[in-house]
Unconditional design. Structure first.
Length: 176
């Protein structure tokens, strides 16, 4: 990812977001949780804007550091007032939480992905805990660039596999 120019990252990010927005899973979901990108991740702003324009409720993760969990909070717009946590992860200043059971699609970031539906996160296990929550019945989708696909991601017992992976080049679905 670091080898891509800003223009390449933006172009490929838009292509990945367009592919995701065209999926049945995205189109049918009324409540979608997406990540607010950091510098070396797929830029999700196009997909977030599309979801908001389509009248969907967009949620982003706020981190409860004390309890080591992600909390889905409503993102009214990309222009709303944001706060940054200790790792410069942003979420709305006015953070209204939504129960994970109500989220129909969770779009997850990752450092790397493989073609068996595994993802390599940043090591905190936050998304795995959220996705394994007993009340979550929705779809989880990795969003990445084709450059992030590796041969095999190391998998631990607590890792939750993806239902689908969308890149700038393909939409891949995995057996549950």
């Amino acid at each position: 990812m670091k080898n891509l120019s800003k223009e390449q990252l933006q172009d490929k990010s838009r292509e990945a977001c367009e592919k995701m927005c065209a999926t049945q899973e995205f189109q049918q979901a009324s409540k979608i949780m997406m990540f607010l990108s950091i510098e070396i991740e797929v830029d999700t702003s196009y997909a977030i804007e599309k979801a908001l324009q389509d009248g969907k409720m967009v949620l982003v993760p706020a981190i409860d550091w004390e309890n080591q969990k992600l909390i889905p909070v409503i993102l009214p717009s990309l222009d709303c007032e944001m706060v940054c946590d200790r790792y410069d992860l942003r979420h709305p200043a006015e953070a209204e939480a939504v129960a994970v059971r109500d989220v129909e699609l969770i779009v997850v970031p990752g450092m790397g992905f493989d073609l068996m539906g595994n993802r390599l996160g940043r090591g905190g296990g936050f998304y795995d805990r959220l996705l394994s929550h007993s009340s979550f019945r929705g779809v989880n989708c990795g969003l990445a660039l084709e450059e992030q696909i590796i041969e095999k991601v190391p998998v631990l017992d607590h890792d939750v596999p993806l239902n689908m992976l969308v890149t700038d080049q393909a939409v891949r679905r995995f057996e549950k």
